[in-house]
Structure formats: C-alpha cells, structure tokens
Write a protein that binds this ligand. Structure first.
Ligand SMILES: [Zn+2]
Length: 323
C-alpha cells in the first residue's frame, strides 16, 4: 500500500476519535475491551481471514433488525437522540461519529443528516466522496439494510483504519488469482471474483463518474435478477471503498442470505456469526468465546458460501462484454 495520504477530513476524524476515547466513557471502556480482543489468522489459498473474539459486539451480532423491532426503539443515529457525550463532525449531507462498539481501533459511523432508509441507490457517489475525503487512512463501509446494517431505517456508512481488514491489502492479488476482468483499460477496471468463500465485484478508477455509472449498471442487474425470487427492497449487498495513489476502488459483495443456518441452530451446531461488510473484508467477528476457540477454516468456507450469492448470479450481474 502507498504511504498513507493524510487529508484535512482524516485529520479531523482522528482528532474526534482521540477526543472521544478520552472523554466519552462508553467508548473509552469499549476501546479498552477491544485492545484485549483475541485475534487469530486463518490462511486460505492466496488470502487470509482474521477471526476476532469481540464480546463488545454481542449486542450488534444478536440485534433484531426487523421492522417491528426498529419501530419500537428511538433511532440512535438521529442527531437529536445522540447519547450524552457523543460528539459529531459535519461533512456535507453526513456527519461523522465515533462508533461506541468498535471493531476497528479507529471506527467511525457516518449517518446521513436526515432519517432516511438505508439504501445505496443514489448514495454511491457520496460513499466515493467520503472515501476520497478520508484519504488512504480509512476504508469506507456500507452494510445493506438486510445484510448487517444495525440501523436499516437510517442511511449510514462506517469507516475504519485501512489495512486492518485483510482485503485492504490483498484485493489486487485475489483479483489476479481468482478474478475475471470484464472491463480492463487504464481508465476503468471491473472484475468479478469467486475466491471460494466470497463472490464479489471489484471496480477501480480515478474517475468517480465512471464508477457511479458502473455501479448503477450492477445494481440494476442485481435488483432485476434477485427480484425474480421475490426479494423486495434493495438487493443484498455489502460494499467497501478506498483510495490508493489517487485511484478509487470499490468492492461489492453479493449476498443471498443475512445469517447462516448455524446462527439459528441449537446445541453444538450453534455459532453466533452474523456476517456484515467487515466479516466479508476478512475480519470475522465472533462475540462468543467458545465459537472463537473452535471455528475452523472449513466452518468459515461453508458459512461464507452459504450467505454469498451463487456463482451463476455473479455472472448475471457482471456479464462478459458483448452480452
Ligand atoms: Zn435516525
């Protein structure tokens, strides 16, 4: 990765994180717990997945995000409901907050200034602008409303320090090994990838407009293809975006399921794993210690395959040119 490019917004964000870790007891305590989180790395063919035991994430992993549960609570991302002690930093239509239940050492939540539903359509440009403004210090993240977003009723992104998720540094290598390029010129590269765990699309360009346009094609095709199965709302996806040497890259993970069957299983089969974008980026969060101790690479393979879109869907969403 290139040397970290600092930007005015990333400086301000780091200042906010520093201030909040010092003066907001909830974050200070959860940051302290995170510092002690156990991690081990599992190697796959050409990439890796870190498994993190993080008891602070129990509430998020077990969260009910069905419409009824959402209606019954006040929105914790609306500015007028922010907990006492939580500070915000304005950026365009969004504002930056420190995530009080961090996975990353530097973990931001970035809500829209209005209480509008989580939906990437019409907001991918804002995500790219955030990635650009935060520079190479951060990776910007999006969880679809049915793919791990803890507040599906309030549009928001997250950001975490670049380099923590293995995919931040491994994506080029993975694309080379497992990817099929459908567009490959100096202005825009688009590849679809099946690495045996995940099915995803990588888009890379210095040109924001081209990326927004390409994402639009993908989104419409995915929505049309997935809609045929009776899915409603947004097709199931998780996205991350980052900057390297002035070029933006966007990685879109295609999903078919939010939680694997083992999440709901009983007895020994039960495993509290609820994959969102960070898990897909290669940091699998396990809030239960026993799960952390016993999970195997074969478990990871089967869990990720189960919740990822099928190979055929990947081909439909990102077809070869001329189709
Ligand atoms: Zn809200």
């Amino acid at each position: 990765m290139d040397p970290l490019q600092m930007s005015p917004l990333s400086d301000q964000a780091l200042g906010l994180l520093h201030q909040q870790r010092e003066h907001w007891p909830l974050l200070a305590e959860n940051h302290r717990i995170l510092e002690q989180a156990k991690i081990h790395t599992m190697e796959f063919d050409g990439f890796s997945v870190k498994v993190q035991f993080n008891p602070g994430r129990y509430t998020s992993s077990a969260a009910k995000t069905d419409p009824e549960a959402i209606r019954g609570r006040t929105c914790f991302l609306c500015r007028n409901h922010l907990p006492a002690g939580q500070k915000s930093l304005d950026y365009g239509d969004y504002y930056l907050l420190c995530n009080p239940y961090p996975i990353f050492r530097d973990h931001l939540t970035i809500p829209h200034s209005r209480h509008i539903p989580q939906n990437i359509e019409g907001h991918i440009g804002a995500m790219l602008d955030l990635a650009h403004a935060l520079g190479s210090r951060f990776t910007v993240l999006y969880n679809g409303p049915r793919c791990g977003a803890s507040a599906p009723d309030h549009m928001h992104f997250q950001a975490g320090e670049a380099g923590f998720m293995p995919i931040d540094t491994e994506w080029r290598r993975i694309v080379e090994r497992y990817g099929v390029h459908v567009i490959d010129d100096s202005r825009l590269r688009v590849a679809r990838v099946d690495d045996g765990l995940r099915r995803f699309v990588v888009m890379e360009s210095a040109n924001r407009t081209k990326l927004v346009e390409q994402f639009g094609h993908l989104y419409r095709r995915f929505k049309a293809a997935a809609g045929g199965r009776g899915w409603s709302e947004e097709p199931m996806l998780n996205i991350l975006a980052g900057v390297e040497n002035g070029r933006l890259h966007v990685i879109i993970f295609l999903r078919r399921k939010h939680r694997p069957d083992r999440y709901y299983a009983e007895g020994d089969d039960q495993m509290l794993v609820s994959p969102g974008v960070v898990d897909f980026g290669g940091v699998c969060i396990l809030p239960v210690e026993q799960d952390f101790e016993r999970i195997t690479d074969e478990d990871l393979r089967s869990i990720f395959r189960e919740v990822s879109a099928e190979t055929q869907m990947l081909g439909e969403v990102v077809p070869n040119p001329g189709r």
